[in-house]
Design a protein around this ligand. Structure first.
Ligand SMILES: [Zn+2]
Length: 163
């Protein structure tokens, strides 16, 4: 029990700062209402933020992180999955290139890939899809919106950005 309390305290209160994970991106590079936008095709709701930029712009590690996985998915295109010290996952999708590999450790702001439109973003404007997913469910954030129970896992990345 005490371990769970300690893990949750760390997960919630770890003083971690996230940068917008695209070089030269600002608040105007994304739509502030895009998190949990509904309807969103086969995903039902949009569980992250789309950060628009030019093709090939650097994708940056949003925080200190370790790479858990990289690869290609039909929907995600080229993707990178990382874990940060507060036990949250970061998911970067539709990349043009992946410039890291499994188990690599990155500091905040380091280049890990480049912006593209791979996967189901093919033919759409170049952007990075970015999600933050907590490993310890935040049950108190669930609501009655479509897929609202999944808000205990998918956190709003826009609220995490500091500039
Ligand atoms: Zn997206």
């Amino acid at each position: 029990m005490i371990v769970v309390v300690l893990l949750y305290s760390w997960n919630i209160f770890c003083p971690l700062e996230y940068v917008i994970p695209v070089k030269n991106a600002t608040e105007s590079s994304y739509n502030k209402d895009s998190f949990w936008y509904y309807p969103w095709g086969s995903s039902i709701t949009h569980k992250g933020v789309d950060i628009f930029s030019k093709k090939g712009e650097s994708v940056l590690s949003s925080s200190h992180s370790i790479v858990l996985s990289t690869g290609y998915g039909k929907k995600s295109g080229n993707f990178i999955l990382t874990l940060d010290p507060s036990l949250k996952l970061q998911y970067y999708a539709h990349l043009e290139s992946i410039n890291t590999s499994k188990w690599k450790i990155h500091s905040k702001g380091e280049k890990i890939g480049s912006v593209g439109n791979t996967g189901n973003a093919n033919g759409k404007p170049f952007h990075l899809h970015f999600s933050i997913v907590t490993c310890l469910p935040h049950f108190w954030l669930m609501d009655t919106s479509p897929h609202g129970y999944l808000k205990s896992f998918y956190l709003n990345p826009i609220q995490k950005f500091t500039e």
